[in-house]
Design a protein around this ligand. Sequence first.
Ligand code: FMN
Length: 165
Amino acid sequence: MSTTQEAFRNAMRCFATGVTIVTVDDRGQVHGMTANAFTSVSLDPMLVLVCVDRKAQTHAHLQTRQRFGINMLSEHQRSISEHYADEERDRKNAEQLTGARFDRTDHGTPVLEAALAYLECRLMSEQDAGDHTIFIAEVEDVVIRGGRPLLFFQSSYWTIGGEVE
Ligand SMILES: Cc1cc2nc3c(=O)[nH]c(=O)nc-3n(C[C@H](O)[C@H](O)[C@H](O)COP(=O)(O)O)c2cc1C
């Protein structure tokens, strides 16, 4: 090995991403987790993946429910991202603390209101990957609302400044 975990982390901080909240039902309660290790995988069939730390509570919830939402955050939803990334968060008062409001799909999957877009996903397969698991899921439904995205770059939140000509 000629590199270190610190160098790897610093390199990954150079990669700007959007920010999502993974939402999953937990016995009638909304469980959410901030995630940026998310990408589309295939168009036919429509597949996405999200990488989840094996220690995250979300990990077990995805395995139990098999169905979850990916909510792409808007530039106005930074406090929601911070809340659902905080391991010590007050899980009962998310709506009051952050303004996050949730609807439910016909399948009972929680949907974050005012996100740029939402994907309803059904778990298809899992792949162990070091201290994370890669969850690959089929996209069953999409809702697009539009707006400007929340971005994550160099461990800070950003929004789009303008299109590169
Ligand atoms: C911008 C950002 C992106 C994150 N992306 C991921 C991710 O893709 N996968 C992951 O497992 N944790 C990710 N995290 C960390 C989790 O959000 C955090 O550990 C959370 O508290 C886990 O919640 P849970 O234990 O309720 O599942 C991210 C945190 C931030 C701030």
